[in-house]
Write a protein that binds this ligand. Sequence first.
Ligand code: SF4
Ligand code: SF4
Length: 125
Amino acid sequence: MTNVAIIRCEKNMDRCPLTNCFRCLAEKKEGFSIYEDCTLAGVFTCRCPGDILNNLAKILKAKGAEAIHFCTCTFSKKTAEGWVMKDGGFCENIDKIIENLNKETSIPCVKGTAHLPKDYTLKTW
Ligand code: SF4
Ligand code: SF4
């Protein structure tokens, strides 16, 4: 059983209660399909410019999180054709932010949770 945490973007915190993120985690689908079994360790909200993330990650680690997933809406957008990578999502620096977080805290990170775009291969650090 892997304890996974989710970090969402503050730009979406009043619009989406993570419904599909939680559903995919419970069903081990989309971004969580890499686990044989997983459970939720906690959720935090990133705030621009993202410099609180290292502290949030350390708290999540202390609470038992073994991996941190970043919500798909941070790098992907919903269109009439479904979720696409084109034009990105809420965060233009998401790769740099995740890379830095992984480097500073050594916590495995995964870019993606629910409704992964068709042309996207799950990226991990
Ligand atoms: S990835 Fe989807 S379900 Fe998760 S917070 Fe973003 S919009 Fe909501
Ligand atoms: S740094 Fe990126 S993920 Fe964090 S709140 Fe800002 S836009 Fe969202």
